[in-house]
Design a protein around this ligand. Structure first.
Ligand code: GLU
Length: 420
């Protein structure tokens, strides 16, 4: 059994012990509903052809069409795609979106492709998976190393195949092609709103809170800017190559500008004297709030005991392993779990899909207030479950989410219904 997936299912079992429900539900969630693998053969700029491995997994669609991003990343594999689809199932349910979970991936280093090659690869993905995806079946979105432009090419390719504009097949598109206002910063904003909402419960005061963010991509950058504007002190940031740490703080906009100009975090302006350290050192650095916003498996049984932050907010998917979690929980750290903390992206994706279907577009204020209205009560519920049952927030989030999935499964009838 693949490793990441086996680990991910442990979370489900941990939540299940706190609940009473029909075994049908766990049976249904045991394996993905369907998975498709393909190779994408594209013409490179130099005239040669190259083939890339690609996958799409629809984990469960009991609560609606499946939803989840497509990542372009060299190390992507089937186990990872299936696990991410599993997480999407719980993420959509925890914030009550009428969606199931899915994910897609292509094993490619997108930075090594020219823009034209990237377009061919994006279109090839849709050619290979067009019968698998669809506006009422499975709706992709951006993920690591894919962006609005990639989504635009994919939506265009799909529309050409079905012979009519079909914007609702993909979310995270450019605004001019049916995208939604507020989608770009939605994941970072969602994380920010969750932290803000729990400030009092977590006994956090922005001006006394030193924040470290691992990953300075779209998610990490936007969350850093919102926290910074709110008075939080951003003390550490990293990209895939290195990290910078300055206890005197830094302005994420200035760091971003420096990185855009020079391609590196090295030498970025900060309030004092920044130290250049590794990503691993950054995670263990002195701070109050740690935000892993990069990859899976960053905090494990090896480094969990060295984490100094009191609160960890997971903006990446799966940055803490179950063994890492146990160590953090034992030492009294609070982890705000990925399926809640990074749900802002898929929430605004849902808004984009609704707007595409209705053909009526909302203002940025609408998006911001609807995102807040949706994520805050779910955060409160998860927090309350964790207090009532005296359990960590992740288990509470899985319980909350599993309850919704159970209700949907039970509505079709279970063993109890059919055998009495
Ligand atoms: N890739 C994002 C995630 O992991 C967004 C998914 C979506 O918008 O469908 O949540």
């Amino acid at each position: 059994m693949p490793k990441l997936f086996t680990e991910a299912k442990k979370r489900l079992r941990e939540a299940a012990v706190h609940m009473k429900f029909d075994p049908d539900v766990l049976e249904m969630l045991k394996y993905p509903k369907e998975t498709l693998a393909a190779s994408l053969l594209i013409r490179m700029d130099d005239g040669s052809r190259r083939s890339f491995k690609a996958w799409r997994c629809r984990y469960n669609d009991t609560r609606g069409p499946t939803k989840g991003g497509i990542r372009f990343y060299p190390a992507v594999n089937f186990d990872e795609v299936m696990t991410l689809a599993f997480w999407m199932t719980f993420k959509c349910a925890v914030v009550n979106l009428p969606f199931g979970g899915a994910k897609g991936g292509v094993a490619v280093n997108a930075n090594e492709l020219s823009k034209a090659e990237l377009e061919r690869l994006s279109r090839a993905y849709v050619k290979a998976f067009n019968s698998f995806i669809g506006p009422d079946r499975d709706i992709p979105a951006p993920d690591m190393y894919t962006n609005d432009m990639v989504m635009g090419w994919m939506a265009d390719e799909y529309s050409a195949i079905v012979n009519q504009p079909s914007p609702a097949v993909i979310t995270g598109k450019p605004l001019a092609l049916g995208g939604s206002l507020g989608r770009t910063d939605a994941t970072g904003r969602g994380g920010y709103l969750v932290i803000k909402h729990l400030e009092r419960d977590l006994k956090i005061e922005p001006e006394n809170t030193r924040v470290v963010i691992q990953g300075f991509g779209n998610v990490g950058f936007h969350c850093a800017c919102l926290l910074h504007a709110d008075g939080y002190k951003i003390c550490g940031l990293s990209d895939s190559k290195m990290a910078i740490y300055d206890p005197a703080g830094m302005d994420p906009h200035a760091v971003h500008e420096h990185k855009s100009k020079t391609g590196s975090l090295s030498g970025a302006p900060t309030n004092g004297q920044a130290k250049e350290i590794s990503n691993a050192e950054l995670l263990e650095s002195d701070c109050d709030l740690l935000i892993p916003a990069a990859l899976e498996n960053q905090i494990t049984h090896i480094n969990a005991a060295n984490i100094q932050a009191r609160v960890i907010c997971e903006l990446a998917n799966g940055p803490i392993t179950p063994a890492g979690d146990r160590i953090l929980n034992k030492s009294g750290k609070i982890v705000i779990p990925d399926i809640l903390a990074n749900a802002g992206g898929v929430i605004v994706s849902y808004f984009e899909w609704v707007q595409n279907k209705a053909g009526y577009y909302w203002t940025l204020d609408d998006i911001h207030s609807r995102l807040k209205e949706r994520i805050e009560p779910e955060t409160r519920t998860v927090w309350n479950i964790s207090l009532e049952k005296n359990i960590d927030m992740r288990t509470a989030a899985y319980i909350h989410s599993l309850e919704r999935i159970c209700t949907a499964v039970t509505a079709h009838g279970t063993k109890t219904f059919f055998s009495t």
